[in-house]
Ligand binder design. Sequence first.
Ligand code: GLC
Length: 483
Amino acid sequence: MAGAFEAIRIQTCPRIAIDKHSAVEMKNSKRPARRFVKSLFAALAVLMFATQFAAASIFSKPNRMEWFNQARFGMFIHWGIYSVPAGEYGTNKNYAEWIQLQAKIPGSEYGKFAAQFDPTNFNAKDWVRVAKDAGMKYIVITAKHHDGFCMFDSKLTDYTVVKATPWHHDPLKDLATECKKAGIKFCVYYSDPDWHSPEFPAPYSQHGFHGNPNPNADLEKYVAYMKGQIRELLTGYGPIGIVWFDDGGSFRTTPEVRTNMAKLLHAQEIVDEIHALQPKTLVNNRLGIPADYGTPEQRIPGGRLTNAFEVCMTLNKHWGYNKNDHNWKDSKVVIQNLADIASKGGNYLLNVGPTSQGVFPPEAVRILGEVGDWMKINGESIYGTAASPLNSAPEWGRITQKGSKLYLHVFDWPADGKIILSGIQATVKRAALLADKRRKLQVEQSNPQEIQITAPSAAPDPLDSVIVLDCSGTIEPAEAATD
Ligand code: GLC
């Protein structure tokens, strides 16, 4: 916000000054004419200010959103000392990053995982390469999850990867460096609640849980701690694409607390401070205020949305590493989810939970590699695309759009190879498969709203075959919903 206001000031002032100067030159002319000119200039100045204000506030947000809308695909990484138990505690094998709360582990006990966290196989370059090869354009890593353990070198607590583990290393530094080299946006996840900080009041936490409950905890002091850590993240790691807040079910004790969550957390102040440090950093909507975009979790919206959004989703069933979780989504599901989300105007933030050794599960690497093979051929149907012009999806798959191009993602290939597209007002100049752009496909168009493409009878790509339609004239968008 601060950036937007600054822009207004810089643009407006010199122009008003010129106007004043011109008005002074008119001093000697006759009175009524002078009054008329004066009010004309005043009106003009107000108009110019208002126009520039409107322009600045309209354009400041899309400007920040530009890379996000281009990216469409990112990697979420949930990594912390919870990867040491790898999902198991007592007889239960179904835990991950919520293990401390779910198994009700007191802070003194949970902190022992830090002493066992020594990920000597961690290599930031490898992680970034896996993301990049998959076609992902940004990485969001847990700087601090709900357990309060900091995976970065915070000076504001000793509960950090640098001070409390035998590794004594800041992985976020390496990742930020490698992301920059690879042209990947580096982003940080930061939990609003904290089951470790003595100043986070347990009553605001989900189920009132805290690892070291302190009856004198002071939320104001905790907010100051949050702000300090966010400042550390925004000043020590280069450009930050997103600060990805997460409320983790906290601040829900009463509807009143829920409604006042943003106020309690001084959310707007936090966002303003972020923008004062890095005007282009995006903020998601989990600080209790809408901010830059919405975050549907583990679900894809039913239809097109008008607001920016990012679907976050696990690749198996857990966010953090769980060694018994082999419920992997295959590459077909991932690719079709990605196309589905893009066809609704959103991004896909797909999670990987690394082990306590610092490596990605091999299954995750294999699946992402297959996704990357598809993206190398079909990426243009995803990156920078807009939602489908249709409100509902065609029976054979999904549609994305970029300028005068329509991309038909055919999930269910018709046995006769005839793909029918109806309900879109467009004139097709040329049709081809993205995997074989030079071969023109036959198009029949009895009217601008009924397009029939004849393609080979066997699906060229069992995961998602993409047909690109080059159109002339306007492609009429239908009305979209909001979420
Ligand atoms: C869920 C999980 C949380 C995770 C988040 C990501 O809320 O409980 O641990 O960080 O999803 O969106």
